[in-house]
Design a protein around this ligand. Sequence first.
Ligand code: ATP
Length: 251
Amino acid sequence: MYTDSSEFPGPAALELTGVSKSYRTGTTAVAALREVSLAVPAGTFTAVMGPSGSGKSTLLQCAAGLDGPDDGQVRLGGTEISRLGGKALTRFRRDHVGFVFQSYNLLPQLSVTANVTLPLLLAGRGTDGAWLEYVLDAVGLTGLGNRKPQELSGGQQQRAAIARALITRPDVVFADEPTGALDSGTARQVLELLRHTVSVLNQTVVMVTHDPVAASYADTVVFLADGRIDGSVSGASARDVTDRMASLGGN
Ligand SMILES: Nc1ncnc2c1ncn2[C@@H]1O[C@H](COP(=O)(O)OP(=O)(O)OP(=O)(O)O)[C@@H](O)[C@H]1O
């Protein structure tokens, strides 16, 4: 794992430096992230794992600009997003970040093509037809662009959500438990697709997951425990990840 982009050649797609975040409930404060530093090289697949409550979702929210850290910096594609707020941050996210969630969040009344190109429409950008076709092909939805989401299987719906995340050519795609709602065979296909977007499209992907099999598709698995980074492994098998998680006392 890199804690600083000077440690690797090439640009960092994402860099967190000393990021801390607490939540206040009543009179008590819960430290969800404690001085987390992490650098993700462009064109790599990173999985974030850790026990329940270790701070994975908070890390993703801060890294993607969905929430602001209390302390520290977040740089995404060369922009320090922790300095941005309001409309500037919303615009930045729209143009530079892609999201894939466990629930596909497709609009039922729109076709696959309209769902996939919605981020471009919202950004006031035109659709490059060749890129749309390429992306739909890449996610295995060739010829299904006119279908409505409910006319697709769960795996196909998640593929459409991945196409929607890729369409703006974002600096980073953040995936939060992207296979949580899928059976293991379909999950494997979606993970292979995410792997393909990194290996072939040079996309940067950061995925939060509870599943050691999902994590094994990543180049690097970063472990969180109690709001801190607790090491990382590269090229890990599902077994390696399971063993590491057991040593963290996690699930
Ligand atoms: N909105 C919130 N208000 C108060 N505390 C919160 C809030 N969100 C998260 N927390 C606390 O922050 C800590 C980290 O939570 P987070 O959701 O980031 O962990 P996680 O690793 O994603 O957990 P899980 O695997 O169960 O989803 C936990 O102690 C959690 O209870």
